[in-house]
Design a protein around this ligand. Structure first.
Ligand code: ZZB
Length: 267
């Protein structure tokens, strides 16, 4: 898979993470959560960013002043793809690619990050999602509830059970705005499909996989951009342009999942 790896800059750490970070990173270091996405054209609609609560993440030094929060597996792939400085973080095998520190998903929940292109300019929160796979992408997943059924079902559930999840309800309730117009599912595809298919929980994995498939196809082949520099263009034409612009602005880079990974599209 050819992913776009997006850089979400930390604006304010959650308390537990802040404690661990203190003294372990140079003053003024920029730290980024780095989700891998197949849909860069939907980045305008980011309302939060998911981590697996039980997943262990590393904070890896990418260049003099930049650190990335990803799984060790993803950092290792990135090292091979030349993402990291080869000089002072050069690794000859996986054991040498050492994170500056490790953080669990639970510890970073509540962290405020800046999501490139998002209409939510004040930033979005890192929130927990049980279904994040540690073995796929970077283990960090940016959330676009308007166009991803999994994300829509998850933010509804997070808001409903905010206390159980140990989050502020408002963190899961940022406005879901139209990003892409489609002929069959309107302009908030994920909401339409989740409601039409009566999906009640992020655990309805089978139905969510089906909804994801439908959303992908309709969005890609029939979608039109409602926002951004390529407003009015088809998704098919806007997708590579949004990706290129993000990369040019230093807000993203290419990340390829190596061959042989075992996760299929339907999960
Ligand atoms: C933002 C986004 C917006 C995504 C959208 C999808 C959609 P796939 O399709 O199964 O190959 N993802 C990435 N990494 C993980 C992970 N470790 N665990 C769980 N989910 C992950 O997977 C690619 C998509 O799955 C990625 O693209 C990411 O969510 C998520 F409007 O990023 B996406 C209809 C889908 N719409």
């Amino acid at each position: 898979q050819d992913y776009t790896a997006l850089k979400l800059k930390v604006k304010e750490w959650a308390p537990k993470a802040a404690e661990k970070v203190r003294g372990n990173l140079p003053d003024g270091a920029n730290v980024y959560f780095v989700p891998a996405t197949l849909r860069p054209e939907t980045m305008y609609g980011q309302t939060c960013c998911f981590v697996g609560p039980k997943i262990t993440y590393g904070v890896f030094k990418a260049s003099d002043n930049e650190y990335y929060v990803v799984t060790k597996r993803a950092a290792w792939n990135m090292a091979f793809q030349g993402t990291f400085f080869k000089s002072d973080n050069f690794a000859r095998d996986a054991s040498e690619l050492l994170p500056v520190l490790e953080l669990t998903g639970t510890e970073v929940v509540g962290t405020l990050v800046d999501a490139p292109l998002s209409i939510h300019k004040q930033g979005v929160r890192i929130l927990p999602m049980e279904s994040v796979l540690p073995s796929k992408g970077t283990g960090v997943v940016t959330s676009v509830p308007s166009d991803s059924p999994d994300d829509y079902a998850t933010v509804i559930d997070l808001a409903k059970k905010a206390e159980y999840y140990g989050i502020e309800k408002e963190w899961a309730q940022l406005e879901v705005s139209p990003i892409i117009q489609t002929p069959s599912y309107g302009n908030i595809t994920a909401k339409f499909l989740v409601e039409k298919m009566k999906i009640n929980s992020p655990k309805d994995a089978k139905q969510l996989a089906e909804a994801k498939d439908l959303a992908y196809k309709e969005g890609y082949y029939k979608g039109t951009m409602l926002i951004g520099d390529f407003k009015g263009e088809s998704v098919e034409s806007a997708k590579p342009k949004v990706k290129a612009a993000l990369i040019k602005n230093g807000q993203a880079f290419e990340y390829a999942e190596p061959n042989g990974h075992v996760v299929s599209r339907s999960g």
